[in-house]
Write a protein that binds this ligand. Sequence first.
Ligand SMILES: *[C@@H]1O[C@H](CO)[C@@H](O)[C@H](O)[C@H]1NC(C)=O
Ligand SMILES: *[C@@H]1O[C@H](CO)[C@@H](O)[C@H](O)[C@H]1NC(C)=O
Ligand SMILES: *[C@@H]1O[C@H](CO)[C@@H](O)[C@H](O)[C@H]1NC(C)=O
Ligand SMILES: *[C@@H]1O[C@H](CO)[C@@H](O)[C@H](O)[C@H]1NC(C)=O
Ligand SMILES: *[C@@H]1O[C@H](CO)[C@@H](O)[C@H](O)[C@H]1NC(C)=O
Ligand SMILES: *[C@@H]1O[C@H](CO)[C@@H](O)[C@H](O)[C@H]1NC(C)=O
Ligand SMILES: *[C@@H]1O[C@H](CO)[C@@H](O)[C@H](O)[C@H]1NC(C)=O
Ligand SMILES: *[C@@H]1O[C@H](CO)[C@@H](O)[C@H](O)[C@H]1NC(C)=O
Length: 813
Amino acid sequence: MAQPSSFLLLPLFLFLFLFLQSCPLSTSALPSLAKGTSLSVENPDDVLVSPSRAYSAGFFPVGDNAYGFAIWFSDPPCSGAACTPVWMANREVPVNGRRSTFSLLDSGNLVLTDAGDTGRNVWSSGTSFHSAAELRLNDTGNLVLTNGSRGVLWQSFESPTDTLLPQQPLTRNTFLISARSKYNYSTGFYKLYFDNDNVLRLLFDDPSFSGVYWPFPWLLSSQFGRFLYNSSRIAVLDPLGFFQSSDNCSFYTSDYGVSAMQRRMTLDFDGNLRVYSREPGSTVWKVTWEAISGVPCFIHGVCGNNSLCSYDPAKERRCSCVPGYVRKIPGDWSAGCVPDFTFSDGCVTDEIKFVKLLYVDFYGYDYNPIANTTLEKCQQTCMNQCNCRGFLYRYSTSKPGTFDCFPKIELLNGHNLPSSIGEFFIKVPKNKTFTVDQLVKRTQYSCPPTPEVKVVDMTYSKKGKNGVLNFMLWFACVVGGIEIVVVFLVWFFLIRNQQDVTSAHQSYLLAATGFNRFTYDELKKATRNFSKEIGRGAGGIVYKALLPDDRVAAVKVLSNATTGEADFLAEVSTIGRVNHMNLIEMWGYCAEGKHRLLVYEFMEHGSLAQNLSSPELHWKRRFDIAVGTAKGLAYLHEECLEWVLHCDVKPQNILLDSDYQPKVADFGLSKLMDRGKVTSSDFSRIRGTRGYMAPEWVSNLSITSKVDVYSYGIVMLEVATGISPMTSVHSLESRGDAKQIQLVPWARNKVNELGRTGSRLEEMVDPALKGDYDRKKMEVLIEVALWCVEENKDARPTMSQVVEMLLRHENDG
Ligand SMILES: *[C@@H]1O[C@H](CO)[C@@H](O)[C@H](O)[C@H]1NC(C)=O
Ligand SMILES: *[C@@H]1O[C@H](CO)[C@@H](O)[C@H](O)[C@H]1NC(C)=O
Ligand SMILES: *[C@@H]1O[C@H](CO)[C@@H](O)[C@H](O)[C@H]1NC(C)=O
Ligand SMILES: *[C@@H]1O[C@H](CO)[C@@H](O)[C@H](O)[C@H]1NC(C)=O
Ligand SMILES: *[C@@H]1O[C@H](CO)[C@@H](O)[C@H](O)[C@H]1NC(C)=O
Ligand SMILES: *[C@@H]1O[C@H](CO)[C@@H](O)[C@H](O)[C@H]1NC(C)=O
Ligand SMILES: *[C@@H]1O[C@H](CO)[C@@H](O)[C@H](O)[C@H]1NC(C)=O
Ligand SMILES: *[C@@H]1O[C@H](CO)[C@@H](O)[C@H](O)[C@H]1NC(C)=O
């Protein structure tokens, strides 16, 4: 009789056992660790929790049978990716998964013992206070050794790893050091600390070289807005998301004020300092602030020795070896690359040649730079210098008309930088040959309409003329296509797999959601036969439309549909791939016969031009528009490797959404150009609007991103003063300056008259603001705008510098 019932009970016991094992209620987590007791790695219940249960401390898996003693957020329960350690005792030396213990000894010392093979102590707090009574986890995430009442003998907040929690002070004695990689918690190469001059800095520190990269080393302290003379050296993030440091570095996170958030400031393994927040229970951390945005290649050491960093939004940050060099350790870019050749001594003339790389620069390690020299002399200098590895030869920014030479003894901090104006030459053996691919292609992956597409356009126009040729072309295309697919697959599986899985996922999503090809009839219907015109520009007329899926859209009908279909598709696909909150989003296009239409998101409040005189455009909105527009343009310039110049920045092309946040429109319509070769003659007929055009357009200078910077400066002068460059004389008359003067010289004069007192600022500022503006920010905006409209394009800042300067004062007021 007993047999069947025990047979039935067995599964029940099993279930109960499993249930109790997995049910969180069963874990009898401990409130404190008393003197003479230990936590064991083998008992999952041996976890200290804070009184509010917000934080837990205990053994944390860091690998196969490898554990760290760590602190983490309790909610959601720690498993896999949801688990984020915020402190770890033994990040270097994980302990064995059996018999390892964490104990508070009678002597008052906290020790972590790896009982696996050796029984050694891998970590200890180094305390020996007989008064020590217990270890508790505070509600702030601080693990505190106390004497039983208020006396603190040791605390984890004083020895942070890579993370600072809210209310945890960073002081003169503490610093953050990044982890080695995403899944390796041991100490990496990046450090956040107070430098000897009391300034909070980020440093790349590798055994072989080091360098500060934040604040940007080429800026003076007055330019990056830090204060050198406060020796307090303390920085704290508050629970609401406001960070303040004694050197006057301060910021609000983007979700500032939301209190029930888990927050942490982490120096990530990639060298960027970020603040993350997460709703308790969620597994997703959101970045709410980062130290370096938009120019991730400026973080030093990203790619190690002899390699180049490049960035594009679709592929993120990537490294590649300098031609002639190979990776030192596959899978670890920070180890850099090593030459796959040897010189007998590096300066035997008939062993050496120089190979030219475009759009490349290496930061630092200049050896005896020479001003006003020739390419031959520069090359000779590097040739004679045995340890010279290459040199940068470039147009001098200080003495126009001359060239400077920068021989390099190390190829460090290299990046692809399309805005770099020089040519870089590397020293290689004479008998070494390179494919065009090695030398040229690397400068072209970006967001271009690719030259290949142009080739297709030619075959398109010759269609049907020659059957044999056609067949051969088709054959070549098919074979080429298969090759591309195979190469892509190999690349994808060999290389891509080692990289961030999430970014692959994002690219996949982008490709999958894509954007639509509409038929002409669909758009005709959506615009009710092109009945509601909402804008008109050089490119064509814009109509309001209601798409079949109920989205409200703006449809632009291009008036001069002369571009071939392939060209058009190439340009459209470029624009379609650009994705930024301050750039107008393109949803689709139509290319049918002669018709060329573009479908954009619809912007509620129309253009900046329509709003400039509206009382809705109060000061805060104007400043937000300045910052947002700059961010959008910076994204086009830097992140897309500068292939997308706007070339027609003006108030009509800055659109405002329902919150009056700006989005730049009409970009990417300019033709792709071969940088450097393009002069204004190829361009002036299609781009630019009088009043906003940079002087390069009329002189015969090359067109670079600085034309957009100039136009941006004019627009910002208009935003600040309310004076349009088109009607400036008229508007100036009304302000008592009846002379025939132009906006820029007028503004410059006013600013010079301002002196230090700033008494005449009121005369410049748009009367429509009725005096209601932030004086300091207004000064900054005008200063930045005037810098942008420098006659000499090299004297103008880049758009990301503009963003930096504006944001530096963002939180001051
Ligand atoms: C522990 O947390 C409380 C607030 O939760 C705080 O007042 C106290 O200073 C903290 N103690 C330590 C040593 O961090
Ligand atoms: C603990 O330390 C505090 C501060 O140092 C002291 O005031 C207190 O008397 C100590 N308590 C015990 C039980 O030793
Ligand atoms: C983490 O990186 C360090 C330094 O390169 C290495 O010694 C260690 O073995 C790595 N640990 C793991 C678990 O990969
Ligand atoms: C960089 O690589 C070169 C060899 O190409 C080597 O001589 C040099 O020491 C390396 N420098 C650093 C900082 O690793
Ligand atoms: C730093 O900030 C304090 C308080 O906000 C201010 O009084 C001081 O002038 C600032 N110092 C500098 C150099 O900006
Ligand atoms: C120095 O920093 C501390 C902490 O942020 C602050 O309280 C103090 O006012 C600062 N002193 C000066 C001179 O800015
Ligand atoms: C550059 O060098 C040349 C020849 O040495 C000299 O004639 C010229 O004046 C120099 N230019 C400048 C700007 O120093
Ligand atoms: C180039 O020359 C070096 C010696 O000068 C020799 O060792 C090497 O094999 C040569 N490489 C090629 C590709 O010819």
